[in-house]
Every structure is written in structure tokens, then in C-alpha cells.
Design a protein around this ligand. Structure first.
Ligand SMILES: N[C@@H](CCC(=O)N[C@@H](CS)C(=O)NCC(=O)O)C(=O)O
Length: 327
């Protein structure tokens, strides 16, 4: 686990000592945009624009990673499987970071035959400095990274390829944007990143702060889902997908491995039904791989789980019925 400094790999984990034991996630650094006509996006006018084209782009993902998982769900829901290719890294993230080790569960790197994901980052920019994270949206034509920020990749997938796919479903409708932004801000800090803040904390105080904020946000969401079907009302939006990739992992890894154990997700009636509803949406279940999820967290984070033993359970049937048909 490490990062690149001037294009050289360093095996180095996040330093929590400077922050009183709190985990601080690094901001994504590569933030260009794909647009339908190749003109700069109003969302990022100063960033370079890439033209949406079928077959031109490639996603590098880990099936374990909740951030990468968002992009796979969008690829599925927006009918992009035929247009955007994918490589899956190995669930093991060791001293050389994400690898394409087929024996450890990767698909391999079909584009360049690389062994490590950091080689993609240095192919993009020889002297790159920063963490080597998934997801990566890669342009095969110019051999450049378009983006390594999942929140922005899903917005591109939401609309930039509509003229190619004919899929007009809008998970980021203009009239709901203010509420979507508000929900995203809370859910990102307290839940998506909150489980990591609890799990990677190296002081009791930092852990307890994250834990308290996490369960307060889950309690609030549970209440919200009593009167409405989805987070922003009765329309499924990106806010739901962003929350869901954390919820689907909750009982399997965050409850035990990250010590988010006030209760299980299964113990929240609305949240657990909602999680099953989204799991059962068209094509979504095939984006979920619990073997790789468990393997990544329990075997890669040796600072938390030194033996690397991967637990056998839990055994949860996400295909059983849910009650989220109202609204
Ligand atoms: N903000 C990024 C975060 C991505 C991220 O942190 N991915 C994790 C895997 S779950 C990673 O690759 N971590 C490697 C590292 O931090 O060195 C996004 O949402 O795309």
C-alpha cells in the first residue's frame, strides 16, 4: 500500500499521527471530463474535455472497492457495458499497491499487460505524484487518465453517452440537485468515508467520533426512508447508488473489520429492505462480489487484521423479498 512520488513507487500507508489518529482521505487529482460533444463540461470548465465515443474508454476497478463499485453500477444501469471496457485488479492490495495478479483474482491488464496499477498512472504522467487509487477512467485513444474520481465518473456516465446508448434515465435531475448535493455531503463524510474513518482511526477518540457520526447518519436515513422510497424523494438518484455501495458491504466488512458494530444493517428495517431493493435492480447484483470484498479488506489491511484470516460469514440473502414498493 503506497503512493507515487515523482513517478517512483513508495510503500507507505496514510500517516494518521499528524491528525490525532484520524484518517484523512486524499483528494482525487485527475479530474477531466467526458462530454457528449467534446466541449468542456460546465461542471469543470477549466478541465480538459474528452469526446464520448463507443469503445474508447476503459475502467480500472477493484470489485472490493465501494468507490469503484459506483462506476460499475452506473455502467450497468446506463447500458454502457458494450461501450466501456473493464479490467479488475486483484483484491489483494499489498506493498506494491493494486496489482493485476491473475492468481490472486485479477482479470489481468488486457490493454498493456502491466503488473501494477501504478504503471497506468505513470503511463499517463511519467512523474506522477499521488496515491494510486481505483476507479480509473482511462482513454485508450490518447493513453491518458480522464478521471480518478468516482463521484465525477458517475456524472459522466449519467449523461455523456446518452446519444450512443439511447438510455435517457437521469440519476441527477436538475430539479433534485440541491437536495442530492446536501445528501451527498452528509453521506460522504459520515457514511461512505465514515466507515473508513472508524476503521483506519489510530486513536480511540478519532474512532468514537467517526462511529457516532456514522450511526447518527444511519438513524437519520432510516427515518427518512419511512416516508419516502429513496433518499431524494420517490426518484432513484445518484445519492442512492453512492450510499448503497457502502450499505451492501456493511455487515460483511464494516461491522466487524472496521468496528462499526452498534448494530448490523440487517437490524435497520428500512435500510435493509432498501439495500435489497437496489441489489435486485436490473443487472446490479452481478456487480457485487463478496469473495473479493472480504478478501480485500481482511487480507490487505494487516495493520487491522494481522493474521489475514478472512471470516466465513455472514450469510445474507440479498435476493429475499423487500417491502420498498410504496411511493
Ligand atoms: N475519491 C476517490 C477515492 C478512491 C479510493 O480511495 N479508492 C481506494 C480503494 S477502496 C484506493 O484505491 N485506495 C488506495 C490508496 O488509498 O492508496 C473516488 O471516489 O474515486
Amino acid at each position: 500500500m503506497g503512493l507515487l512520488v515523482d513517478g517512483i513507487w513508495h510503500d507507505q500507508w496514510y500517516d494518521t499521527t499528524a491528525n490525532g489518529g484520524a484518517f484523512k482521505r486524499e483528494q482525487s487529482r485527475l479530474r477531466h471530463w467526458i462530454t457528449a460533444n467534446g466541449e468542456p463540461s460546465p461542471a469543470a470548465p477549466t478541465q480538459e474535455a474528452f469526446l464520448a465515443e463507443s469503445g474508447r474508454y476503459h475502467l480500472y476497478v477493484s470489485l472490493a472497492c465501494p468507490w469503484a463499485h459506483r462506476t460499475l453500477v452506473f455502467r450497468q444501469l446506463k447500458g454502457l457495458e458494450q461501450h466501456i471496457t473493464v479490467s479488475v485488479v486483484s483484491p489483494d492490495m499489498g506493498e506494491l499497491g493494486w496489482t493485476f495478479d491473475r492468481d490472486a483474482g485479477s482479470d489481468g491488464d488486457d490493454l498493456y499487460g502491466f503488473q501494477h496499477l501504478h504503471q497506468i498512472y505513470t503511463l499517463n504522467q511519467t512523474k506522477y505524484t499521488g496515491r494510486v487509487t481505483v476507479p480509473v477512467l482511462w482513454d485508450k485513444k490518447t493513453k491518458r487518465i480522464v478521471s480518478n474520481e468516482s463521484a465525477e465518473i458517475i456524472r459522466m456516465f449519467n449523461s455523456a453517452f446518452n446519444h450512443i446508448t439511447g438510455n435517457e434515465q437521469d440519476f441527477y435531475p436538475s430539479h433534485l440537485r440541491p437536495i442530492i448535493h446536501q445528501i451527498n455531503d452528509t453521506i460522504y463524510e459520515a457514511v461512505n468515508n465514515g466507515v473508513y474513518r472508524a476503521g483506519f482511526a489510530t486513536s480511540q477518540h478519532a474512532y468514537e467520533t467517526a462511529y457516532t457520526e456514522l450511526f447518527a447518519a444511519l438513524d437519520e436515513t432510516e427515518r427518512r426512508l419511512t416516508t419516502q422510497r429513496y433518499l431524494a424523494g420517490n426518484t432513484l438518484t445518484e445519492a442512492d447508488i453512492r450510499l448503497w455501495t457502502t450499505l451492501i458491504r456493511f455487515d460483511t466488512v464494516y461491522h466487524g473489520h472496521f468496528k462499526c458494530n452498534r448494530q448490523r444493517l440487517e437490524d435497520f428495517p428500512n435500510l435493509s429492505n432498501y439495500t435489497r431493493e437496489l441489489y435486485q435492480l436490473n443487472g446490479v447484483a452481478k456487480t457485487v462480489n463478496f469473495d473479493q470484498i472480504k478478501r480485500h479488506y481482511y487480507a490487505s489491511h494487516r495493520q487491522i487484521n494481522p493474521t489475514g484470516i478472512v471470516p466465513s460469514g455472514p450469510d445474507i440473502d440479498f435476493n429475499r423479498s423487500h417491502n420498498r414498493t410504496h411511493g
